[in-house]
Structure formats: structure tokens, C-alpha cells
Design a protein around this ligand. Sequence first.
Ligand SMILES: Cc1cc2nc3c(=O)[nH]c(=O)nc-3n(C[C@H](O)[C@H](O)[C@H](O)COP(=O)(O)OP(=O)(O)OC[C@H]3O[C@@H](n4cnc5c(N)ncnc54)[C@H](O)[C@@H]3O)c2cc1C
Ligand SMILES: *[C@@H]1O[C@H](CO)[C@@H](O)[C@H](O)[C@H]1NC(C)=O
Ligand SMILES: *[C@@H]1O[C@H](CO)[C@@H](O)[C@H](O)[C@H]1NC(C)=O
Ligand SMILES: *[C@@H]1O[C@H](CO)[C@@H](O)[C@H](O)[C@H]1NC(C)=O
Ligand SMILES: *[C@@H]1O[C@H](CO)[C@@H](O)[C@H](O)[C@H]1NC(C)=O
Ligand SMILES: *[C@@H]1O[C@H](CO)[C@@H](O)[C@H](O)[C@H]1NC(C)=O
Ligand SMILES: *[C@@H]1O[C@H](CO)[C@@H](O)[C@H](O)[C@H]1NC(C)=O
Length: 610
Amino acid sequence: MRPAGRLTTVTCVILGITAATSRAALLTSPAQLSSSKKYDYIVVGAGPGGSPVASRLSEDPKVNVLLIEAGPSDQGVLDIQNPFLAGGLQGSPFDWNYTTTAQKGLNGHTVAYARGHVLGGSSSINLMVWTRGSRDDFNTYASVSGDSGWSWNSIQKYFLKAERFVPPTDGHDVTGQINLKIHGTNGPVNLTVANAVLPTDSHVIATTQELAEFPFNVDSNSGDPLGVGWILGAYGNGVRSSASSSYIDPFLSRKNLDVLVETTATKLVQTGTTKGLPAFRAVEVQQSSTSKNYTLHATKEIILSAGTINTPKILLLSGIGPASQLRSLGIKPLVDNSNVGQNLVDHPRLSNQFGVLNVSDDVTDTVLRNTTLFNELLGEWMNTNPHQGVFASSGANQIGWLRIPDSDPIWKTVKDPSSGPTSPHIEFLFSPGNVPNPGEVALPDTGNFFTISTVVVSPSSRGSVTLASKDPFVSPIIDPNFLNTTFDAYALNYAARASGRFVSAPNWKGFVTGQAGPFAEVDLTSDESINTWVREKTSTIWHPVGTARMGTCKDKKSVVGPDLRVKGVDGVRIVDASVLPNVPAAHPQAAVYVFSERAADLIKKGSCVC
Ligand SMILES: Cc1cc2nc3c(=O)[nH]c(=O)nc-3n(C[C@H](O)[C@H](O)[C@H](O)COP(=O)(O)OP(=O)(O)OC[C@H]3O[C@@H](n4cnc5c(N)ncnc54)[C@H](O)[C@@H]3O)c2cc1C
Ligand SMILES: *[C@@H]1O[C@H](CO)[C@@H](O)[C@H](O)[C@H]1NC(C)=O
Ligand SMILES: *[C@@H]1O[C@H](CO)[C@@H](O)[C@H](O)[C@H]1NC(C)=O
Ligand SMILES: *[C@@H]1O[C@H](CO)[C@@H](O)[C@H](O)[C@H]1NC(C)=O
Ligand SMILES: *[C@@H]1O[C@H](CO)[C@@H](O)[C@H](O)[C@H]1NC(C)=O
Ligand SMILES: *[C@@H]1O[C@H](CO)[C@@H](O)[C@H](O)[C@H]1NC(C)=O
Ligand SMILES: *[C@@H]1O[C@H](CO)[C@@H](O)[C@H](O)[C@H]1NC(C)=O
């Protein structure tokens, strides 16, 4: 993981070499839609939720699909394609640039809240970490929805269908870095382990031999993620694999799949009534707040895949949500559901920085401080096929998943918020460089760093997304409610101490110099000192889910049923991260891809559960 906003030398260069590939059915204005073509399905939003379902539904040539994306095409954008440059995409032209409300649990500070605004959605700007989650995470999805099809065992076939393991470009033997038996080999999303060795690799792995607290796990995607091991990344051949490049781009020549970019869905439109329920089989779209609006109709379904922030926003703008909240904004409530926009759950992140003795052991700062070296490595990537070198990888090679032990005093007063014993409470991400927290200098002039970013992956805080205005071009109010609970703050305190224990393993002697940068001020023997650090410095690792959560047919606290159809409404389904009832104890994109893969099958079968 790398910090945001560091790229000044090369930002979003359009690469001539890739711009010529197929994009025939890529439309840039609703005016280009054929007025005689009838769409069976309209999918709103082209991230890991919308892209797979649009792609799979269009496998049947008799089915017409329109995919609408608010952001631009990702085609030919170097910073999106290159894995090493991923950290520079926050605050770029491909980000919605959201900001949270002042967070009470973070001493009142706000948090920059990146979301992808581009074909591929957040998978075009994310850090590519591919983690499936734990057995207990999915078994909980099955139990809260009453549908065993979401269980860990049932969902495996969709992981296999989505994945394609691609050997690393440096040709190294991956034995001991991944269990190839459990991964797909022919799916659209390319996955690989690092294409380049980082100087901290051997130390992270040696620590798993030296400290029993941090055992080695050869593959955290087995359903049993606990331990430390190698990162599987959503890239292959040295190029990012996004929802767009994997599920949309290769299929644009299909005559029955139209993709409309730079177009925002502003609301669903009621088209009738089915068995007493309002039917919404049309969507209003606009290219900007001042441009003409269009109403587009689907004969079968509208599929909302605008993500955890924008799916509830569209529902609320359409009159589907808490009636009193809608009335107060001058929106006529059509379907009263108090859960729309509630239950937002995200992973809080805190970076803990250590110093390293040798300049070249801090890879990211050394590269980003030296334009000559930067251009040399970028040149190496550009001039090799498959791509080689540091720029062919994401800049972080290992990840760790820990549980706070059963013997810990916290459990005397707090109930375990994790989905079960296979789910971690805490994540470690190891980066050879400085990963700043908010308010810290992104690229310090001096110093060489190794950062352990820590994340609470089983948080108990819950927040919300609400409307600020009935104007669809005004950002919603985003409140993740970070560190609202005793547990979440405690877990980051625990993780900061654990990061100190990690680098105290014997093998780091003479390599790590101790706590560094702003973290140097923190006394790891003092709760008061650590808690100040936690409240001042915590931000996000951008994993919000849950604002349109799935529940059983009868569950009054949910927005969609087990088949992802919106309750109390006919003709609308939600397929994106907003339906996850809880955040997986993992980076969530893999979960969203498999929810979308299974949703496509449910739609094809025409199953209506509730
Ligand atoms: C900076 C960052 C780093 C991340 N790192 C990782 C990681 O390493 N690993 C991981 O697993 N996950 C990561 N994530 C999270 C992961 O990318 C998301 O969980 C995932 O993309 C969610 O998929 P989605 O389809 O629900 O939403 P999104 O991917 O956000 O897609 C929603 C799409 O809908 C579009 N849209 C929104 N509103 C409208 C509208 N009104 N009309 C038309 N289109 C609209 C958006 O522009 C967007 O393209 C990261 C996210 C970010 C932002
Ligand atoms: C986000 O900010 C960047 C940098 O200022 C800008 O280029 C981009 O257009 C913004 N995104 C949106 C959706 O407005
Ligand atoms: C994935 O890798 C395969 C085989 O190496 C390649 O043909 C394909 O284009 C890649 N897909 C993406 C999305 O990069
Ligand atoms: C869309 O356009 C129609 C016709 O011009 C207008 O009546 C309606 O108010 C517009 N809707 C929005 C949200 O601007
Ligand atoms: C610093 O790192 C480089 C590259 O790994 C290595 O060649 C060199 O010996 C190291 N220097 C010291 C003083 O450890
Ligand atoms: C910058 O990188 C170049 C190319 O690797 C190297 O020759 C040069 O010494 C570096 N400059 C500094 C100040 O480290
Ligand atoms: C926790 O969140 C609730 C709901 O937003 C809020 O009322 C409460 O003040 C918060 N408590 C703390 C300690 O942050």
C-alpha cells in the first residue's frame, strides 16, 4: 500500500499503444442511444458489482443490456493500468472526492473518502489486494439471509469462475507463496503474486518463523485467513485487472451490450404497480447538472450497482427510504424503508511507521524522491512484455491477519464482533516506505521507512449515508462513525503495540532502527499515548459496505432479500457492496465480484425468493 497524491512526474498519461483496442459500443452521451433498441436490463454503475452482472447477462445474445457509468472510460490511462502507480489515484480525475462528516471518534476530524468515478468503479483506483474473506464471513451471509447459496462452500464455484491465476512476470517459483489448487485458472480477473522482490520480504517472512504470535499462512484465501503470508493481487502480466478490463472491455464487441459512460443516473422512475407494489422499470439520467435529462426504460429489471455511497443515494432520490427523512427534503416517499443508507460499516486504518537503516530498503520513498530512478523504472515497465520490475507490482508484498486472543481482558466487557473464529480482528499491511496518516507529509524530505498499516477488519461501529439535498448533483452526507465503539479503538491500540512486537523479532536487528516519523512520538508502553495516536491519526482503507443490506424475506432491518431484489418494490435489484450485511474481514472486492457472479445466475434463472 502506498500513500495518495504523490505523483507529480507522471499523472494519468494517455497511452497511445492501448487506445486502439475495441471500444465500439462505448457511448459517451445518452443522445447516442438508438431509440428503437429495447433493453431487458439496465445496470447502473460499472464497478465489481455492476460489471460482472452486465457482462454475464449479455452472454445470451437475445438479452439486451445497457450499462451506465457516471465516470469516464478507463481506456489507455497509465496510472490505472500500472500497478505501482495505484496510490496516486486518490483525488485524481477518477475519484468522486468525497469527505466524511466530522468524526466524533476521531477527535472531530474529517476523512477523505475516495470512490472510483470511472469505468471499473473503485476497482480501477483501488490497491488490487485480492482477499476472499473468511469461512465465517460467508456463512454469516448465508445465515442472515436464510439462503445457503451465500455460504462459504456454495460460493467457491464463483471464486473459481471469477479468478485466473497468472504466473509472476519474473518467472519465480510460487511454491510456498500461494496454494494454486484453490484458485481459478480461466476466469476474467487476473491474479498474481508480486512480480518483483522487495527488500522487506525476507524479514517479514523470517518473523513468522521467529514469533509464534505471527504464524505463516501459505494462502489466506482458503477460508482460514489467520496468519501472515504473500499478497495475491488483482493484476496479471504487470497490468491491473479491473472490473472494466476483465468483464467489460473483452466483450464490447457484443451487439447486445451497450456501455454508456459520463452519464449519471439521478433517480428511478415509477412505471406502474405490480400486485400492489410500485414498479420502477425506468431510470432518469443526466450528464451534468445543467444538461438535458433522459428517461431510459428496461423491460425486465433495473440493477443498481452504484456502490455503497451512491446506491442508497439513488434510492433516496427515488422516494425509497425513511419517509420522514425524505419528506423533510421535499422528496415524496413512495416506499417507506428506514434501513436505506443505514448500517454503513467500514474498516478504520492507522499507519505505524518504522525507520530503516539502508536508503535502498525504503523502496517507495527512494523511487518517488528521484525522478531519474522513477523514469528508469517506468521505462523498464513500458519496454518489457510481460512487464518487469518494481513498477510491475503493487509495492506491498505481504499481509497479515490476527485475532485478539481469547485471554485478552477486552473480552470481559466486549462481545466479539467478528463473524466467528476463522475471522480476524486486525490486519497488517507491510510496505517498504512511508505510508502517511491524514495530516502527515506524504513524502518527507528525509528518512527511510517501513510501514505497518493496521486495520480493524471486524469493527462494531455503524454509520450512515443520508441526503444533503434533493439535488442529485450534491454529495451525500457520509458518516462512517469511525471508532464509535470501545472495541474499534481498543483494536487499533492493540494493533499498534503488535506492530512494535513484529519489528522486535531478532531478524530486524540492524535493518529497522525503531519507530520513526510521526510514530516516533508514540510511547508504546502507554495507553494514553497510543490512544491519542489512534484518535488523531485514524482514517480509512476505503471498504464501506452495508447501506442496502441483505436480509431474510421477513427481516424488517434489511433493504434487499436473499435474491437481492429491493423489498417493497417491483423491478429493481441491487448488486454491489451495499448489500453486504457486514463487511468481510478482508479487502472486499473479491466478495463483491462473487456476489455479482451469483446474482447473474439468479437473474438468469428468474428466481424470486421472497
Ligand atoms: C482507494 C481504494 C482502495 C481500495 N483498495 C482495495 C483493495 O486493495 N482490495 C479490495 O478488495 N478492495 C479495495 N477497495 C474497495 C473496493 O474497490 C470496493 O469494495 C469495490 O470496488 C466495490 O464495488 P462496487 O461495485 O460496490 O462499487 P464501486 O466499485 O465503487 O463502483 C460503483 C460505480 O458506480 C458508479 N456510479 C455511482 N453513482 C452513479 C450514478 N448515479 N450513475 C451512474 N454511475 C454511478 C461509480 O462511478 C462507480 O464506477 C478500495 C477502494 C478504494 C476507493
Ligand atoms: C476530483 O478531484 C480531481 C482533482 O481536483 C478532479 O480532477 C476531479 O474531476 C474530481 N472528481 C470529480 C468527480 O469531480
Ligand atoms: C489476463 O491474462 C491473460 C493471459 O495472460 C490475458 O490474455 C488477458 O488479456 C489478461 N486480462 C486482463 C484483464 O488483463
Ligand atoms: C427532466 O426533464 C423534464 C422535461 O424537461 C422535466 O419536467 C423534469 O423536471 C426534469 N427532471 C429533472 C430531475 O430535472
Ligand atoms: C543496502 O541495500 C542494498 C540493496 O539491497 C545492498 O546491496 C547493500 O549491501 C545494503 N547496504 C548495507 C549497508 O546494508
Ligand atoms: C537517482 O537515481 C539514479 C538512477 O538510478 C542514480 O544514478 C542517482 O544516483 C540517484 N540519485 C540520488 C540522489 O540518489
Ligand atoms: C456513537 O454513535 C452514536 C450514533 O451516531 C452517537 O449518538 C454517539 O454519540 C456515538 N458515541 C461515541 C462515543 O462516539
